[in-house]
Structure formats: structure tokens, C-alpha cells
Design a protein around this ligand. Sequence first.
Ligand code: G6P
Length: 479
Amino acid sequence: MSVPSTADLVVVANRLPVDRVVEPDGSIGWRRSPGGLVTALEPVMRSHDGAWIGWPGGTDEIAPEPFVEDGMMLVPISLSEQEVEEFYEGFSNGTLWPLYHDLVAKPEFHREWWEAYVAINERFARRAAEVAAENAAVWVQDYQLQLVPQMLRELRPDLRIGFYLHIPFPPTELFQQLPWRRQILEGLLGSDLIGFQLGGGAANFVRLVRQRVGHKTHRDTVHLPDGRVVRAAPFPISIDARGFEELARSAPVEARAREIRAQLGDPDTVFLGIDRLDYTKGIYARLRAFGELLRDHRLDVEQATFVQVATPSRERVEQYRQLRDETDRLVGRINGDHGRLGHPAISYLHSSYPREEMAALYRAADVMVVTPYRDGMNLVAKEYVACRLEDDGALVLSEFAGAADELRQAWLVNPYDLNGMKDTLVEAASASHKEKHRRMRAMRRQVMENDVKRWADAFLDELLYDGEHDPSLRPPPRF
Ligand code: G6P
């Protein structure tokens, strides 16, 4: 298939939705990469014939040529070893990530990291300016690329530019710590529309713009001196709910779910956690709570077991290395103290799995445990709900996950309150079938109705038509 040179919808994200892999025979191939963002945007890109600009992972001095994969035009941006260290591991994940997640870890501020962030954002903006057709829509994603909207607007004033932040936007008191706070705000203001997970993030942003940049604001809009208007609004992201439901319904997944339960010794209660191994996710706290429940004899290891999948992530960043060591130690201790032959307390899997295996795990789990200290949304919680075809199972969910706004019928917990979390785990596990059913049915309705397609359509409608989708008044989109 020949590669088109420009596109009418361009997604710009730090990662391409594929990873570059070297096959055993030495040839280069591409494999779908895991991660919420990819899962969320892929259906939209397929249906819109768009282009996706991003980093394929790894280090390369020269970017591979654009190529077509699964009906999408993919445009790789390469990063050198030093750029990965300073832009990706450094400013993105050592400065912004902890700062935007309530300082769960301490952010580091380094001027070289900032300079790399500016330079790489410039690289993405230039490439987007080349790939976007005239009057195209460009949708920039996430905290790694907050300067791109402004840079791109300078290069291509004809474009409609949207930005979506997948992680929380912090309260003003925390954001103010950032030495480059004004540049970030101005970078984002290059957009026509800025999407956040929750209304609180949008409000934080508008307040900061008023205080720090001095622009006039009115409710959710910012009025720039040149007359341009920028809107900041919540668009809670979701999942390919039907896709997950269908997968969960398929015979192989059902068989695999049964097999998993049998391998676990057919206990009464299977608790499940699935997360990137990240300090924001509260994995340590939830495993401690489970360990204490065994110690207190409120749970018995022959009747209850915990499966924790921890997907390797950002492994060269110091805080992530530490977290891995601490988690390894805790799991070892709990299994040593409470496991019995053939009955480990925790099955800890430091690995990533295909969607089929995830769906089987969701089907096999009685209680899904999602306990982040802070999370923009948390798509795992929604995936679990989508996979519970019979409206059964229980979701224990942190109040500090964006998903808690929509999934009100979950068993909500404060992950900092260990005793509260212990009580809730027991309560969720021992709830009556009727109670679980009532809660899950309401949550399933919410997730099935508000899927990722709806999310993307809402954002793109707003970006292209200011929310008034009346084709007789405005030119139709060109895709
Ligand atoms: C979060 C971020 C995404 C990121 C993903 C995986 O969901 O919001 O932007 O792609 O984590 O992290 P990684 O550092 O591997 O891209």
C-alpha cells in the first residue's frame, strides 16, 4: 500500500501505537504496544483514515520512513539515547509525571531536561506541520507534548488544533512549583480546544491562565489578546467497551478464565490488580492490606488469593527501580509468611499480556482492586466492568482515580487509609450476589454507553464545529 503524504486528521502522541522489534532473523517488524492511550485512540484513527506521529520506542539517530500499518499512516519520530534520558525519562517522567500526580513522588527540576523538552516538542511540531493537509485537524496528546500546540500554530495558522491531557492537571499550588510554568501554559494555549479528564483539571488550568498569564477568562474559555478564544473542558476518556465485551464473551477467553481459576486452586475469592508498575497506582498499599487480612485471619489463603499483574514500565527511572524492589520484597514476605504448598497468597506477574489474557483475567476475578493515589482516569477499572457480562463481580476503586466520578457504584476507598481499605476488600468480597449485581449493572450501563468512540466524537465535534454539529451551517470535515 502506498504511503499518502498528508492527512486531514493527525494525531500527535509521544508514542506510536506500535513498537519496533527486531525479529529472530534480524529483520525489523512492528508489534502493537500496550498502554491505555493506544487502546483508546486506535478505533478513531481507523475510522478516520488519519496519520499518527510518534516515537516508536528505542533509540535511533535517523527516523524510519512513514509506513502504513493496520490502515493507519504511522510517522516515526526518533530520539537519541541522550534525548530519551532527558526528554522522556527526565522532564516527562521525572518532572511532570510526579508533579501532575499530587507529588506522590518528588519531582526533579533540571534545566537540561527542560531544554530537551523544548527541542523535542519542536521536532514533533515541525513534523506535524509537514504531515497535516491544509485546514486539517491536529490532535495533540498528553503531558509529553504540551508545547506543541503553540509551536504548531506559529508554523501553520490554518490548522484546527486540539490538545488532550490524559493525566490529572494539578491544583494551582502544586503547578506553581514548576520553573517553566508560564511556558507550559502558553504552549497549551496554542490549541483551540483543550480537553481534560475532569472538570476540576479544566478549572485549575483556567485559573492558572488568569493568574499567571493574565488573560481574560470567562467560565471555561480564555480570551487571548489577538481575539482568539480557547476552550478548556472535561472529556472523560473511555475504552473500546464493545470490543472488550465481545472478547470476554468469546469461547477461548471463557475457557481460559476457567483454566485460570482452576490453576489458582478454585478459591472462593480471586482478587485481581492489573497496572503498569508505577508508584501512582498504590500497588504496595493494596498488597499490604491483603497481607494484613491474611495475618489477622480475616481471609484464609486457601479460600482467597490475589493475582497482581504489574506491567514493566519506565524501568530506567530511579523511582520505578525502587518501586520494583520494594514490591518484590513485599510479595516475597507475604508469600513467605502466609503461603502454603500449592497456595501462594499472591501470584505476582511482572509482565505484559495481550488483550485476550487480560479479558480472561477480568472474567476470572471476583474482586478487581484499583487503588491509585492519583490517576487521570484508569481504564483498567472500565475494562473490568465491560468484561463482567453477567453483571457480577465487585470493583474496589480509589476515590482518587478519575473513573470514580463515573463509576459511583464501585466500593470506593481512600488508598491512604489502610484499615479502611482492608474493611472494604472484605466487604466487597462478601457482598451478596444481589448487591454486586445491582452495582455492576449500573456501572456496565455507564461504561457501555460512554465508550471511547463517544469520547473521540465529542472531542472532535467540539474541535471542528464548536459542538454545533449542523452540517448545513459549516463545511463537512474532510475525513
Ligand atoms: C500513561 C500516559 C501515556 C503513556 C502511558 C504509558 O497512560 O498518560 O501518555 O503513554 O502511560 O507510559 P509510557 O511511558 O510507557 O509511554
